[in-house]
Design a binder for this molecule. Structure first.
Ligand SMILES: [Zn+2]
Length: 263
């Protein structure tokens, strides 16, 4: 069973089980400190999507990823490619509209870049309204926050951007591309605040402020990559893959409901 959308032929799309969940990974191309590559969010997001597809090939199709995201606030660091949020919403909903046009009715927008979270939420909701299909959005770390907190070595604040979580998973996948000798612990944000918390596994932030990244991090890191290790990265990834499979199975089983005009 093929799980890569790009590898399907016309006949295979025509005859595809349209209740398979189509996963569209949306990420970013941006600075990840001095110790990790620009493609971190794309590599990690696709590892989750493809890992899930390997475990549940009959239930999943994986789209080619969208490797750019909403991150203009990072542009003081070299290498960042940023997309306006309005453009990103339009681009994503053009993809989902295309999928709906071909008959697919269950889509998961799988986010792997923090600031895309509200953008993907809006894109999923627009898809539901415009195409009448099921479209879910999720940031993969939110599926496993409890497991992250069981496994983590860093304190709260250590898992935000290019910190322990991302560094560990990238080290598991491509150890030669992560250089922890260049990594520094940067927990300068939200220390001691009651309302602001940027840690990805801390249960969300009651209030939100996203500043220019260069105002709050001297090297682009937000978190503690120095305690990252590949084995914990493998366990983080395994948890994310398993949770994604569970989410997909729930999406696959959801009834397609009928609207009713009450005018
Ligand atoms: Zn990242």
């Amino acid at each position: 069973m093929k799980t890569s959308y790009g590898q399907l032929t016309v006949d295979e799309v025509r005859n595809a089980d349209k209740d398979r969940v189509v996963i569209l990974s949306v990420s970013a191309t941006e600075d990840h400190g001095p110790h990790m590559p620009l493609d971190t969010d794309t590599v990690l997001g696709m590892a989750v999507a493809e890992g899930a597809a390997k475990k549940a090939p009959d239930d999943i199709l994986v789209m080619p990823p969208i490797p750019y995201g909403f991150n203009e606030h990072h542009k003081d660091f070299p290498g960042v490619i940023w997309i306006e949020p309005e453009t990103l919403i339009s681009f994503i909903t053009d993809v989902t509209k295309s999928l709906a046009h071909h008959g697919f009715r269950r889509i998961l927008l799988l986010n792997s870049h923090g600031s895309n979270h509200p953008v993907l939420d809006l894109a999923a909701r627009k898809t539901v309204i415009q195409s009448g299909i099921i479209c879910v959005s999720a940031s993969y770390w939110n599926l496993i926050s409890q497991r992250i907190n069981e496994l983590r070595k860093s304190e709260i604040g250590g898992i935000a951007h290019a910190g322990e979580f991302e560094a560990a998973i990238y080290m598991h996948l491509h150890p030669e591309l992560v250089d922890l000798n260049k990594a520094e612990k940067q927990i300068l944000h939200n220390a001691g605040s009651k309302f602001f918390n940027l840690d990805l596994a801390a249960g969300g932030s009651p209030a939100n402020l996203v500043r220019w990244w260069s105002e709050i991090s001297p090297d682009g890191t937000m978190g503690d990559p120095t305690v990252a290790d590949a084995e914990t990265g493998r366990l983080f990834l395994e948890a994310a893959v398993n949770a994604t499979v569970e989410l997909v199975q729930e999406i696959r089983a959801m009834p397609i409901l009928k609207r009713k005009d009450h005018h």
